[in-house]
Design a protein around this ligand. Sequence first.
Ligand SMILES: Nc1ncnc2c1ncn2[C@@H]1O[C@H](COP(=O)(O)OP(=O)(O)OP(=O)(O)O)[C@@H](O)[C@H]1O
Length: 341
Amino acid sequence: MIQATALSKQFRTSVRADGPFKSVRSLFSRNYTIREAVHDVSFTIAPGEFVGYIGPNGAGKSTTVKMLSGILHPTSGDVSIDGLSPYRDRRKVARRLGVLFGQRSQLWWDLPVRDSFEILAAMYDISKSDASARLDRLGSMLQLGDFMDTPVRKLSLGQRMRADIAAALLHNPGILFLDEPTIGLDVTAKRSIRTFLQQINKELGTTVLLTTHDMDDIEQLCSRVMVLNGGRLKFDGNIGQLRAMIGLPTLMTVTYRTAPAAFGDTGQAEYPRDDAPRAITETLLAKGLRLQDVSGNSLTVEFNRERCSAMDALRILELYGDVDDVHMEEPNFEDIVHRIY
Ligand SMILES: Nc1ncnc2c1ncn2[C@@H]1O[C@H](COP(=O)(O)OP(=O)(O)OP(=O)(O)O)[C@@H](O)[C@H]1O
């Protein structure tokens, strides 16, 4: 169980002096500005959850992850990992946590991957037999076999990221913090990392907190998403709730066999037509369907999935003619997230 309670972090940065001898004067300057990177953030993550932590650049995501893992001390508020404090019980917590910062490697640049793993295993007091059993399993799941004896500096980014994920999991932690694990990777490398993360979450019950700018990561992996902006938690819930909260419409385009009754003689849409049965008109308005476009035999309406199901929308549109084809377009997740930033 991960618990953050009213977590805040302020950074104090000195303000540079101006004018003559500014560099020397800066050394003695007592002027500081306070930047609040994280403000009053509270959440609980239950064992086995897969949670996405998103927000624009500078929102405070990495600062939160650093406080959760004991790298940074909060200015106020509290963190507990399985009831332990990451800064007071650092060693005990380190055994339960795997942490990956995608932009930085925890492997030794000039050493072969295998040697890095051996050093990490020794640091975590893992016996040789346990380390080799875990490495066999992680190696086959993450396909590390081809480059175990290659120095880290010679690995491709995708290979390095897989090796770093294995390093974070070598001591068998129940909780994994991932900060941008797919950054800069191609589609295939992203897919293999996502499949692996899904697998450890489902099969081993590993709890995952994932920070990413990749909305496909979030949609494909996370059952829950937390949105941080300006250091404050703006949303905490599932993706369906986020879609509903932002309320971007779903589009449905229906193509009829012949121009539907909803079209007037002039080719202009009259929607709903004045002479359409009142029951249809009322249902349509009640369900909040709005005409977006008419072209040829096709009609596009927008509606909110919270108010009207796709099936209901289609039932209503069928009343206007013989339907030949239906096309649906869900609001783009990137657009949804952009609205909340
Ligand atoms: N050590 C530090 N000293 C001063 N300010 C810092 C420090 N670390 C972070 N900050 C500031 O705190 C704010 C939050 O930074 P943080 O790295 O947590 O954001 P982020 O959400 O992870 O951003 P990104 O998506 O760009 O990685 C930023 O304004 C950043 O400049």
